[in-house]
Design a protein around this ligand. Sequence first.
Ligand SMILES: O=C(COP(=O)(O)O)[C@H](O)[C@H](O)COP(=O)(O)O
Length: 325
Amino acid sequence: MDDRLSINFWSPYTGYMHRRIFDTAEKIQTMEIRGAGRIAVAAASAIRDYAAELQADSMEEFSRKIQEAADVLINTRPTAVSLPNAVRIASSHSSGSVEESRAEIIENAENFIKQAQEALGRIGEIGARRIRDSDVVLTHCNSHAALAAIKKAFDQGKNISVIATESRPRKQGLLTIKELNDYGIPATLIVDSAVRSVIKDVDIVIVGADAIAVNGTLVNKIGTSQIALMAHEARVNFLVAAETYKFSPDTILGQLIDIEERSKDEVIDPGVLKDMENVTVKNPAFDFTPAEYIDLIITEIGAIPPGMAYTIIKEHLGWKLADLR
Ligand SMILES: O=C(COP(=O)(O)O)[C@H](O)[C@H](O)COP(=O)(O)O
């Protein structure tokens, strides 16, 4: 990979930085790479490539440079817990020699990437069991985990169709309908505010996750909580598809999950807003859906009720990650 050769590349984040880390950080921040699963895998890959060629005269220097790179990646987007989880898993290393630590990081990152891929496959299989023949599935934004379940159900010969929300302001719903169309799955695009009008035609809602807190609260694309509320009112099952690395260990320790506030320019043309001195524009990118509106969370280890989030965090990733802080 040619960009591995360029070290000491200037970045607006921390001064000089390796080009591989800078490029990945920039792509995540500008949303060229987006979605909680993809940013996690991209960050782990960047740490792996950085470690592979990092020059350091001592363990201390090696660890410090890895930590700097980890911090840059983690700070690109604040909400998706998959990002710090992936970076912590990938960058964890012992305090042996530089060469040992380099090999550990490469192995950890490779394992994470492989497990993330396998998790998506398992979520597809487990999630597809919940989708019946002739179901109309509603999904929000563009979640690869949710789409894995939908595609698997289709592969199994179930005659399904999907209603996809536009997902303002970034319109990730357009990615979703393109992906569904290319797969041959019939899809209907709606504006976000049409969910209540169509919910009577929906059999099951499946969305992805940017984070899941210890109490089972879901953090996902803005608008998810409104959909959950409408599904609850209409007695339509509301499922979340999420790899276990999207559960937040820090929430066990009382930490709150930050909601990313993005530029108002995504919502309204700055030229239109320019003369409206009494108007404020808010653009939170994610919202919280309480556990009581979630029927099941489809993970790679099984379909669990949101109340089991603590068990996932504790037994599958929790304290190990928390210890790394
Ligand atoms: O909210 C989003 C994406 O938001 P954004 O477009 O702002 O990153 C997705 O539902 C989750 O990240 C899960 O996606 P996946 O299942 O692909 O990890």
